[in-house]
Design a binder for this molecule. Structure first.
Ligand code: SF4
Length: 461
């Protein structure tokens, strides 16, 4: 199972990514479950999928469970037993277990049926496509939210509804031309395809007219954007140019992007960030490992030194840049000394935050067949050392901001304390501040206290 600190968010409104796939929904429960199943089916349909007639015909099987009805768990585990054989024959089949039994018995489901790809609870039905993406890319995932705040965002029209009215995601590329050995994306999504810049600018213009002030440009490798365009002597757009154009759309005050690839990170992107007012000072630059040997085995296309040099270049050109990253722990063949090299790079890089994962093999990827798979307990122990280090780094980064004033954009009441509002800085840091402010309000905030994952501030005139 993949461990992680915080799953990357991806909002609804994405371009359909599973066109041609088929789904099957089985519901073991009450009418509430039936209704939830309809909504999940709606999301699958919005993502381009059609209904399968049987398990043999399905790419995704969703089992919606109930812990109230008698025998629901017997029926669930019986069905999962049948699905085990199907999964063995077709490793690409995705098995998803949701609903209240999953919410309650997440560990039991995992233990009794380790071939399940996604286990999720009653409060995160709306995340099913993101979780499936995660399973494709990283392996099995369990995500159970204890609060119902996110579930409130779920409604019948969700597939086309934004989580926040003022912020939207805009896909600029799909697929990937790289061949990272741990990643299934190139296999399941195919080569990179860029959307035409005109089409993207038009979409951003429409969003702005609809009240959106912040857009996040999405792709597997955003900074290789445009390489497939410009054939036949036509102008070939590059990512830096797209950033500038999106930043000039009237009404758009914040532009973000995720994720760029370190090997493709060039000065032109840094200059576009620094010279386009709307482009935010935040960069998510996935390191993955700090060991040159492991990076080579991952086919990442850079060394730790090169990564650090590019990071230095970005920080030099973009003042106040905050940087977050992804790291995989326990990649096949990772020794204690490889892992220490990762810790050293993390210390030198001083990231503002990191998504950290324990490696989990994805069938069909080269890394899954590599020798030297790391024992789970060794990987878990390394993960906890890495997480401890990153906590310290994140806290120290955030403390550097205390006493300063920044622009924040509000997102609504804090989930933990409704007397506080949650907002985000341009550098993508979460700030909680007392008071009620409608989502989408720009404020000046004085930062007063720091924690590893957020800051506490106060609105100032
Ligand atoms: S660049 Fe990203 S999406 Fe592409 S193969 Fe590597 S990890 Fe996967």
């Amino acid at each position: 199972m993949t461990a992680r600190l915080a799953p990357p968010e991806r909002a609804p409104g994405r371009v359909p990514a599973r066109v041609g796939q088929r789904y099957l929904v089985r519901t073991f429960g009450c009418q509430m479950n039936e209704h939830d199943s309809e909504r999940v089916a709606g999301l699958f349909a919005a993502d381009g999928m059609t209904v399968a007639v049987s398990v043999e015909d399905a790419d995704v099987v969703f089992l919606n469970t109930c812990c109230i009805r008698e025998n629901a768990d017997d029926r669930l585990y019986g069905t999962l037993g049948h699905l085990k054989a199907a999964k063995r024959q077709r490793p690409g089949l995705r098995i998803v277990v949701g609903g209240c039994l999953a919410q309650k018995d997440r560990d039991l489901v995992r233990r009794r049926a380790p071939w399940v790809d996604v286990v999720f609870g009653t409060h995160n039905l709306h995340r099913v496509l993101d979780l499936l993406d995660h399973a494709d890319e990283w392996g099995p995932i369990t995500e159970i939210l204890e609060s119902s705040a996110e579930a409130d965002a779920f409604s019948a029209d969700l597939p086309s509804r934004r989580e926040l009215d003022h912020a939207a995601w805009v896909t600029i590329t799909v697929g990937c031309n790289n061949a990272c050995t741990f990643c299934i994306v190139p296999i399941v999504r195919g080569p990179e395809v860029s959307r035409r810049p005109g089409e993207i600018i038009e979409e951003v213009g429409r969003l702005a007219a609809d009240g959106v002030v912040e857009v996040t440009l999405l792709g597997q490798n955003v900074n290789s954007y445009g390489r497939d365009l410009g054939v036949d002597g036509r102008h070939r757009p590059v990512f830096a140019e797209l950033l500038r154009r999106v930043g000039e759309v009237p009404g758009i005050r914040r532009v973000r992007f995720t994720s760029p690839h370190p090997k493709d990170m060039r000065e032109d992107v840094a200059r576009a960030m620094a010279e386009t007012t709307a482009v935010c000072e935040h960069l998510h630059l996935p390191l993955q490992s700090g060991s040159a040997r492991i990076l080579r085995a991952m086919h990442r296309g850079y060394t730790p030194r090169r990564f650090l040099d590019r990071l230095e270049m970005m920080r030099r050109i973009v003042p106040g840049l905050a940087v977050t990253t992804d790291v995989i722990v326990g990649f096949p063949g990772e020794t204690e000394s490889d892992f220490r090299a990762t810790l050293e790079v993390m210390e030198e890089a001083r990231f503002d935050g990191a998504y950290m994962f324990i490696y989990s093999p994805r069938p069909g990827t080269p890394a899954a067949a590599m020798e030297g798979q790391v024992a789970p307990e060794v990987a878990a122990e390394r993960f906890s050392r890495l997480a401890d280090l990153q906590q310290e780094m994140s806290l120290s980064r955030n403390r550097e901001l205390v006493g300063g004033e920044v622009e924040v954009l509000t997102e609504g009441p804090s989930r933990k304390d409704p007397s506080m509002a949650t907002a985000r800085t341009r550098t993508n840091k979460v700030v909680h501040l007392p008071g009620e402010f409608p989502p989408g309000t720009f404020l000046r905030a004085r930062l007063e206290r720091a924690a590893p994952s957020h800051l506490i501030g106060r609105a100032v005139p």
